[in-house]
Design a protein around this ligand. Structure first.
Ligand code: UD1
Ligand code: MG
Length: 374
């Protein structure tokens, strides 16, 4: 059906150039939503069966779940529109902001808590906490933009988008369970589990078809849906900082990508590694430019990257054209490993994600106690 509708892409890292169905995240996304819709009566239905009155009904929790569903649903729609219409980058930034509005409104009505706890070292200088007011809402809107796009730009090899999402969601589930056992505001973490468990289940099904060699591509639909789901549970569960801890590889990839994302250094349409049909291996992909074509900030960034040896580059002496690797951590990995098989590269990056997640738990539990009081 997808091929017939023309919603397909070509796997650039394979010898055969067959069309592969794209935007398959819309299928698992819909199953995820159906599961959640059917689940709504389960945490709330018992109140009616026990004969309690409307007064006892937890309207606050109910509206949070419905708003979470609305934001996720909206993001699937916008993501699918992006896959079909191939939107511009500025729209990609706008879509998650709009989709997060229902959530932010519910947050405003239910909590409107815009206070952040400060680390112990600044308690004497400033205070224990600080109310940042409207800025907190901007931060939450930006969290949704970051989560969706951070997954989308760490992509391009079979199974990577889905693999990283499986690891992040597993970490969130483990974190929620630890918090429930420790009995810290259990309802918030329960709500997160209601959303995360069906998300993980449907994503595992997607993995079966998207892992190397991909039979389907997940499309931006899946990346948007995933990012929004993580942002939703982080915002409603009041653990957005912890969510960001599980995004360490994505944050590194974003920071490394900044010069290309903001066009200080030219950014081609695709930055995924380059396939060599002779060896069947992937090598890092490149961008080309003349140093005098860069603006002053671009030249400064290029010098810093060169000095810190964060890029591999060469200069063509005849025409002065500089050839440099595209700034993604996928290409950065290949700088160390040399030409590598796609599946192996994906496994390495996912192992890196797992190592970063262990580090995140270390920061969240033993180390956080030194910086924040309970
Ligand atoms: C983002 C990246 C882009 C990367 C692309 C790959 C930025 C700014 N953008 O763009 O550099 O090339 O994702 O998804 O970093 N594809 C494969 N193999 C895969 C997955 C995708 O060949 O395992 C190709 C297919 O042709 C597919 C296309 O990538 O059709 C999907 O690209 P799309 O999601 O539209 O790219 P962006 O998200 O805009
Ligand atoms: Mg994409």
């Amino acid at each position: 059906m997808f091929l017939k509708a023309g919603i397909s892409g070509i796997d650039m890292n394979k010898r055969n150039k067959n069309k592969i169905p794209e935007a398959f995240g819309v299928v698992t996304g819909c199953v995820f939503l159906i599961a959640l819709f059917c689940f709504i009566p389960i945490p709330f239905g018992h109140i009616f069966f026990e004969g309690k009155t409307d007064v006892n009904f937890p309207h606050h929790e109910f509206v949070e779940l419905i708003a979470a569903l609305l934001s996720i649903c909206c993001m699937i729609l916008l993501g699918f529109a992006d896959d079909v219409l191939d939107l511009r980058w500025r729209h990609k930034l706008l879509l998650p902001t709009i989709a997060s509005l229902p959530l932010l409104i519910v947050y405003y009505v239910n909590f409107n808590s815009t206070t952040i706890i400060l680390p112990k070292i600044v308690h004497n200088i400033i205070s224990k906490s600080i109310d940042i007011g409207f800025l907190y809402y901007i931060y939450m809107g930006m969290l949704a933009v970051f989560c969706t796009n951070a997954i989308n730009i760490l992509a391009g090899i079979n199974g990577l988008e889905v693999g990283q999402s499986i690891i992040i969601s597993s970490c969130v589930i483990i974190f929620n369970m630890i918090q429930i056992i420790n009995d810290s505001v259990a309802e918030k973490h329960q709500l997160s589990l209601y959303i995360m468990l069906p998300y993980l289940a449907t994503t595992l099904a997607l993995w079966k078809f998207n892992k190397y060699p991909s039979q389907v591509f997940v499309g931006d639909t899946f990346n948007y849906l995933s990012g929004m789901t993580f942002a939703v549970v982080g915002i409603l569960g009041h653990f957005s900082k912890t969510i960001l801890l599980f995004f360490i590889p994505q944050i590194l990839n974003f920071l490394y990508s900044v010069p290309q994302l903001f066009h200080f250094i030219p950014c081609p349409r695709h930055r995924l590694p380059k396939f060599d049909p002779e060896t069947g291996l992937l090598n890092y992909s490149k961008t080309t430019f003349k140093e005098n074509e860069l603006n002053s900030l671009g030249r400064l960034i290029f010098v810093i990257l060169k000095t810190l040896k964060l890029i591999k580059w060469e200069k063509n002496e005849d025409d002065g054209i500089i050839i440099c690797n595209n700034l993604t951590i996928i290409n950065f990995f290949i700088l160390f490993t040399g030409p590598i098989h796609e599946e192996k590269l994906n496994n390495y990056i996912l192992v890196f994600q797992i190592i970063c997640s262990c580090f995140a738990f270390l920061i969240r539990y033993p180390l956080a106690q030194y910086f924040y009081s309970d």
